[in-house]
Design a protein around this ligand. Sequence first.
Ligand SMILES: [Zn+2]
Length: 136
Amino acid sequence: MADVLTPEQRRLNMSRIRSRDTRPEMVVRSLVHGMGYRYRLHNPKLPGKPDLTLTRHRKVIFVHGCFWHKHRCRYGRVVPKTNADFWEEKRQGNVERDRRNITELKRLGWEVLVIWECWTRDTESLKRRLAAFLEQ
Ligand SMILES: [Zn+2]
C-alpha cells in the first residue's frame, strides 16, 4: 500500500493506534471472560491503569502494543522513517513508565502479566499463557 499520508496525518494516525479497545485487547478480554473470570477495565486507581484488573485474585493484565512498548520482536524493533527521534523518545518514555508502574503494582501486592500484541496472533498459546497466570 502506498504511503499517501502527510507526516502530520501519519502522526495523528499513529497516535490513534494507542487508543483503547484495540484488537489485541479485545482478544485478551474475550479469552479471560471465556475462562470464567470477571475483570474491571482500565482501573484508574491503579498505577498504569491496567487493561484488566481481577480484584479478587489481586492480578492485573496489561496488553501492550509491540511498537509502542518496544517489545523485543520484529514489530517492536521497527524504526519509523519520519520523525524517528520523536517516536523513539515517546516509546522510551512508555518503556520507563511501564517499568515504574509494574514495580509499584508489585509493591502493592498485585501480580502482573504483560501480554504482547504479537502473542495475540496465536490464540492457543495465548490461552495457555493466560491460564498459567490466572490459575496459579
Ligand atoms: Zn511483539
